[in-house]
Write a protein that binds this ligand. Structure first.
Ligand SMILES: Nc1ncnc2c1ncn2[C@@H]1O[C@H](COP(=O)(O)OP(=O)(O)OP(=O)(O)O)[C@@H](O)[C@H]1O
Length: 335
């Protein structure tokens, strides 16, 4: 478990302390995929670099599995860093080394593994990231997705318990992004690794994360299970991220809503209720007529969800709302 207890970070710029992270409390549970989403400059990289003490905090305590890592001496810190792997947006591979040698590099650097151990581990990791036949190639001979797979294998070399991902898919096309996210999800599930993933795309969070923290100007402004934060965003920054990921133009949406008649409801279906044929029976029961203003069905990690915006006229609205709620559908009255 990673615990931030009033952790803060300021950078000294021209003799002045510029705050990048205001005092922050945060807990990442062991074995979860935790997303940190925010615009450029929000403080995401700072926060993630505090987890492996690439940046020392200027205040507060960071506890990993109940140990205060800010108290570590140099030797303890070296041992701790082997337990934290990291992958980067631009992969940071060594161009003069082959794929196999890039993966072996952190093990060689650690100086505690035999040649046989390194050779066997590299083979195992090449298989895990589906690059067995690329082992003797150099990074320049690989695609972006393959380079990130090497980055992931290298990060796993010393069997870390935490994997930090700094915009790991931002340089990749959508299809490659999907396959790298699937690989990260498999690693999380099969190895029980804790993953902290920073991104500026809510879509990445929706696909792989269990919980998410939304950052704005050096503060965590919203935090919780992805299904809560994504389906019911409270902070304006979170709402912007969700709208952006769903390609919703908020001004167009307002104009559409103004043109519609009657009451406007947004229904959110989650899990099994997503597939229930509910609208017809509710209309019959309550006598309301409805038109669909917008709708989508998708997944949050492995859970299906649907959202429908309806305008309703006539009939008994209370009966309709009661029927939706009885069917486990979240109802939000937009007008
Ligand atoms: N080494 C540094 N020295 C001085 N200021 C810094 C340093 N690193 C980051 N900052 C500042 O701290 C703030 C947060 O930066 P940070 O890189 O953590 O944000 P971010 O959300 O990761 O942004 P991006 O997505 O663009 O990487 C920014 O205002 C940035 O200019």
């Amino acid at each position: 478990m990673i615990v931030f207890d009033q952790v803060q970070k300021s950078y000294q710029v021209g003799g002045r302390a510029i705050p990048a992270l205001h005092p922050t409390d945060m807990t990442v549970e062991t074995g979860e995929v935790f997303g940190i989403v925010g615009h450029s400059g929000a403080g995401k990289s700072t926060l993630v670099r505090l987890i492996n003490l690439l940046e020392p905090p200027t205040g507060g305590r960071i506890l990993i599995d109940d140990e205060n890592i800010t108290d570590y001496d140099a030797a303890e810190l070296r041992a701790f860093r082997r337990k934290v792997g990291m992958i980067f947006q631009h992969f940071n591979l060594l161009s003069s080394k082959t794929v196999a040698d890039n993966i072996a590099f952190p093990m060689k650097l650690a100086g505690i593994y035999s040649k046989t151990e390194i050779r066997e581990r590299v083979q195992e990791l090449l298989a895990r990231v589906s690059l067995v036949d690329q082992a003797s190639k150099y990074p320049s001979q690989l695609s972006g997705g393959q380079k990130q797979r090497v980055g992931i294998a290298r990060a796993l070399a010393c069997r870390p318990t935490i994997l930090l991902c700094d915009e790991a898919t931002s340089a990749l096309d959508p299809q490659t992004t999907q396959s790298v996210l699937k690989l990260l999800a498999d690693i999380n599930r099969e190895l029980g690794l804790t993953i902290v993933l920073i991104t500026h795309e809510m879509d990445v969070v929706r696909r792989v994360c269990d919980r998410v923290a939304v950052m704005d100007a050096g503060r965590v402004v919203e935090m919780g299970p992805v299904s809560d934060v994504f389906l019911h965003p409270k902070h304006p920054t979170t709402r912007d991220f969700v709208f952006e990921s769903e390609s919703i133009d908020s001004q167009e949406l307002q104009e559409d809503l103004q043109r519609a008649n009657g009451r406007i409801l947004r229904l959110t279906f989650k899990g099994d209720s997503t597939y229930k044929p509910l609208l017809g029976s509710v209309a019959r029961e309550s006598g309301v007529d409805f038109s669909i203003l917008s709708g989508r069905i998708d997944h949050i990690k492995d859970t299906p969800y649907g959202q429908l915006t309806l305008s309703l006229v006539g009939g008994d609205l209370d009966i309709a709302m009661g029927a939706f709620e009885a069917a486990d559908v979240h109802v939000e009255v937009l007008r």
